[in-house]
Design a protein around this ligand. Structure first.
Ligand code: SF4
Length: 701
């Protein structure tokens, strides 16, 4: 039996280390035994159900194994020449902003870096966005506003050192299972308190000290109420505020006028006594970590919701200290790596924005012929522009927007209209690939080499342990070959992912070199000169620790021009009463054992047992009024679309609210098509869509 190869899980942003043993006991070429990597700091040997069954997902079932032009096989040369020529022609005729890339948190950092460099430095547009826009872009915008840099100032160890863990808008037990296990193990050992703030009573609430089932969308009111109460209780850290935080004029007066306990309880539809208990727990436990996830981010006021949480932590000095931090946990395996290289249309590279000095700095570093000078189109706007004929060529990498974007029916119409659609993917038949003029076969997990960054800023290697099947190639190779064919041979002369890593690491150091930036936390200078073998052997490491090994901001220095963090005034959005024609509110999310559109988890039969089909979860009282019983088929309709689901009664649902899962597609089901239902409304700062509260109705079929 071959030795185990240490790699990183293909799924969520927890970023668990895996020991993969290919061909165990001579079982065959594409077999692998999986166990948790005891030496990895994220999971210390643990794996959740998805990670445990990864070995069942590496067969070639459904794989795209050759380049395809239309329905015909093509050579790599022919396919790449065509992609380069069509992009160049489109740019020549309509300008750089007529083309776009839409990429993914499934890409490795090296893939992301090359795509970002090609679009922003050489094509000259920032029309490169990522499906991470749907996941955590509100956290990015919130961090930038408060800290001056997109830094998550927490680690999983902080969860174990905290006396109070607050989980907001996060079904951690299902969506980040190893984080949840670490929290529960620490609670058992140390007796820390756990508060869950979520409209739904999920498995995460089991065993919690308190569950606040607040009204959807009222998180700003809740956090403002907490801050106002702490101020009235004299429980703020006035010294920290004075030394390390900028507070806008009128901030406290507005807070005092709008956020007393009773008003907060009413706005959030919560029992005032339960709310007071939470406030007291917060006051009495300075070691607090507030974990937030999609329930906060996926809102049309997601950025304000993020800053409402950050405000509380800044005002109480609960940041940069062991066991005290706000903690955005990330959905995808490499959403954080994408953020580091500037994979979002709204960021440049190495945590920089589009300030002219940053554009000039990156332009010099890349020797770029035409730098993008302003942010590009964010995901929802990008596909809207495509529907309006403004995007004339698009390259979609490792993601399936025809399923995952809100109002997915309109996204399909946009793709159908787009003159040139390229899809590079692992899977042959996807809802998005059905619209592609060219499909390019990408290497899958276990076949490609590179790095990922998890939610706690730990960079880990994903390592190859299987041969590339058919003609599949790594994403970075495909992108750089197109760049070379567009005329930038020397600038995209990468032979190995380590070449790209070194350039990325050098850029993070270069952007910190000089007074203009005041020094950012992201700085990989120590890894910028490593050789290929050192890259191969790279152990997981966390970036952004202070010199004395404490976390970011431990010294009270933030990445703003003044060096101080910023309190951000936030306003609770008006909450609508139910509409006559759309009396329900639709919330969407994940199942425990499935991932995205099930192209991988769907290959592991045991994972299907947890939930065999897509269910609409309905409060029993609502179901009775509508004449629905458990197991009935029902149609969920919204102004955007409709789909069938099987009814499941759940008293974890608040009255008037329903929940559906995101995983099912045209390829897997005739119903359960959640992507057709949400509104394409986005947060004004981050552009992140609000998936959590769509007006809907439900009818028996
Ligand atoms: Fe993989 Fe996430 Fe499960 Fe860890 S918690 S094994 S990273 S899916």
């Amino acid at each position: 039996m071959r030795a185990a190869i240490r790699t990183t899980c293909a799924y969520c942003g927890v970023g668990c280390g895996i020991a993969a043993t290919p061909n165990p006991d001579g079982a065959g070429e594409r077999t692998v035994a999986i166990r948790g990597d005891e030496a990895h700091p994220a999971n210390q040997g643990r794996l959740c159900s998805k990670g445990t069954h990864l070995g069942e997902t590496v067969a070639l079932t459904g794989r795209l194994l050759t380049p395809m032009i239309g329905d015909r096989r093509a050579s790599w040369d022919k396919a790449l020449d065509l992609v380069a020529r069509r992009f160049a022609d489109t740019i020549a005729r309509h300008g750089p902003d007529s083309v776009a890339f839409y990429v993914s948190g499934q890409l490795l950092t090296e893939d992301y870096y090359v795509a970002n460099k090609l679009m922003k430095g050489f094509i000259g547009s920032a029309n490169i966005d990522t499906n991470s826009r749907l996941c955590m872009s509100s956290a990015v915008a919130g961090h930038m506003r408060a800290f001056g840099e997109d830094v998550v100032p927490a680690s999983y160890e902080d969860l174990e050192l905290a006396d109070l863990v607050v989980l907001v808008g996060s079904n951690t037990a299902w969506c980040h299972p190893i984080v949840y296990q670490r929290i529960q193990a620490a609670r058992a050992a140390r007796g820390a308190k756990l508060v869950v703030i979520d409209p739904r009573r999920t498995e995460t609430c089991e065993g919690a000290d308190l569950h606040l089932a607040l009204r959807p969308g009222s998180d700003v009111a809740l956090m403002k109420g907490l801050l106002a109460w702490l101020a009235a209780e004299n429980a703020l850290d006035r010294e920290y505020l004075a030394r390390h935080v900028e507070v806008p004029e009128g901030f406290w007066e507005e807070l005092e006028a709008t956020a007393d306990l009773w008003t907060t309880a009413k706005t959030c539809d919560l029992d005032p006594q339960a709310l007071l208990r939470f406030f007291e727990l917060f006051r009495d436990n300075p070691r607090t970590v507030t974990v937030f996830s999609q329930g906060i981010n996926q809102s049309i006021r997601g950025t304000d919701q993020v800053n409402a949480i950050l405000n509380v932590h800044l005002a109480t000095g609960r940041i940069g200290k062991p066991g005290a931090a706000p903690f955005s946990i990330t959905g995808q395996p490499n959403a954080m790596g994408g953020r580091e290289v500037g994979g979002l249309a709204s960021t440049l590279a190495s945590h920089m924005d589009f300030a002219p000095e940053n554009v000039a700095r990156v332009g010099r570093f890349w020797a770029a012929p035409q730098m993008a000078t302003k942010p590009g189109l964010k995901a929802v706007d990008l596909f809207r522009a495509m529907g309006e004929g403004r995007i004339k060529a698009v390259w979609i990498m490792a993601t399936n927007p025809a399923v995952s974007l809100p109002d997915a029916g309109r996204v399909r119409e946009a793709l159908a209209k787009c003159p040139f659609v390229v899809v590079s993917d692992v899977i042959a038949e996807t809802d998005t690939g059905a619209h592609a003029h060219v499909r390019l076969p990408a290497a899958a997990w276990g076949e490609k080499d590179g790095t990922v960054t998890n939610s706690e800023r730990v960079v880990s290697r994903q390592r190859r342990f299987m041969v590339l099947p058919g003609e599949a190639m790594p994403d970075w190779w495909i992108i750089k070959e197109v760049g070379r064919r567009m005329g930038w041979k020397g600038e995209f002369a990468y032979d190995h992912p380590a070449d790209i890593w070194r350039e990325h690491a050098r850029l993070t150091a270069y952007q910190n070199d000089g007074p203009a930036n005041g020094g950012r936390v992201l700085n990989l200078a120590g890894k910028a000169a490593i050789g290929n073998q050192a890259y191969e052997d790279m152990e997981p490491f966390r970036w952004g620790n202070c010199p004395d090994d404490r976390g970011p901001f431990a010294d009270g220095q933030f990445s703003t021009p003044s060096g101080k963090a910023r309190m951000v005034p936030v306003v609770q959005m008006a909450l609508q009463d139910p509409l006559r024609d759309w009396p329900l509110t639709l919330n969407t999310g994940r199942y425990r054992d499935q991932w995205h559109t099930m192209t991988r988890t769907g290959l592991a039969p045991k994972l299907a047992r947890h939930r065999e089909e897509p269910l609409v979860e309905v409060n029993p009282g609502d179901a009775e009024v509508m004449g629905l019983g458990s197991g009935d088929l029902a149609r969920v309709s919204t102004p955007q679309g409709e789909s069938l689901f099987r009814v499941a009664l759940s008293d974890g649902q608040r009255p008037g609210e329903i929940f559906t899962p995101i995983h099912w597609t045209d390829q897997t089901s005739t119903g359960g098509r959640t992507g057709l239902l949400p509104r394409p409304l986005v947060d004004p700062h981050s552009g992140q869509p609000g998936f959590k509260s769509t007006p809907a109705r439900l009818a028996r079929v």
